[in-house]
Write a protein that binds this ligand. Structure first.
Ligand code: ADE
Length: 231
């Protein structure tokens, strides 16, 4: 077993690296990868940089160059479902690209030929996350995450994404990581803590809560890591 733990931004992986202690840094493909052994299992940590392209590159590299056979993603998201408040956790059941649009050719939003509107996350790890939540005495919501190369700070756009994809939260990397893992048959788990609600105040809320929400997500991911290793 070799487990990849990804974030998009330094703030999202810093609390994970802190918990891992010592690690070896390898530079590859314009990024840094941090290799550690945790409870006897090899772990590779990296932040991809923001967006679908960079997260695709990092997820592919973690799997194909570093040989990871599971991917865990930890980070923050904008809430769409009004039940999600800043600091709440959401586990992705499936993910979609909200900015993928060839509707001009009669296709639905988020679809290209030979692709699919949604990619399903690994059911076994979703089930494990329920056990982790109960061990931690936490409530974790499951839901659909929509991904796009866009920081959404607009109520109208947020509502459109919510309605079009039945999405509960939005961010900028999950669906691309999902596409990579699905294509390479690698189980993946995408976790996000809410940093903002994608409205006109989103950028201020994001700046204020990025660090604390990233820590909430990272703490849960470390317990997920324990659970995955123990299984
Ligand atoms: N990640 C966290 N908040 C976000 C937002 N409002 N839009 C896109 N990605 C986000």
């Amino acid at each position: 077993m070799k487990i990849a733990i990804m974030g998009a931004m330094p703030e999202e992986v810093a609390p994970i690296l802190e918990k891992l202690g010592t690690y070896k840094t390898t530079k590859y493909a314009n990024n840094e990868y941090y290799e550690a052994t945790y409870n006897g299992v090899e772990v590779v940590v990296a932040y991809s940089k923001i967006g679908k392209v960079f997260s695709t590159l990092t997820a592919s590299t973690m799997i194909q160059y570093f040989g990871c056979d599971r991917v865990l993603f930890s980070g923050v998201a904008g809430g769409i479902n009004p039940s999600l408040k800043v600091g709440d956790l959401i586990v992705a059941t499936k993910l979609s690209q909200h900015d993928l649009d060839i509707t001009a050719f009669g296709h639905p939003f988020g679809f290209v030929p030979e692709g699919a509107v949604y990619v399903d996350a690994d059911e076994e790890m979703i089930a494990m996350s329920k056990e982790v939540a109960s061990d931690m005495g936490k409530t974790v919501q499951e839901g659909i995450i929509a991904t796009g190369d866009q920081f959404v700070a607009n109520e109208e756009r947020k509502n459109w994404i919510g309605e079009t994809f039945s999405a509960d939260a939005l961010e900028m990397e999950g669906a691309s990581v999902a596409v990579v893992c699905d294509a390479l048959d690698i189980p993946f788990f995408i976790l996000r803590a809410i940093s903002d609600v994608a409205d006109m105040d989103a950028s201020f809320s994001f700046d204020e809560f990025l660090e604390t929400s990233a820590i909430i997500s990272a703490e849960f991911i470390m317990k997920m890591l324990d659970k995955v290793i123990a299984k």
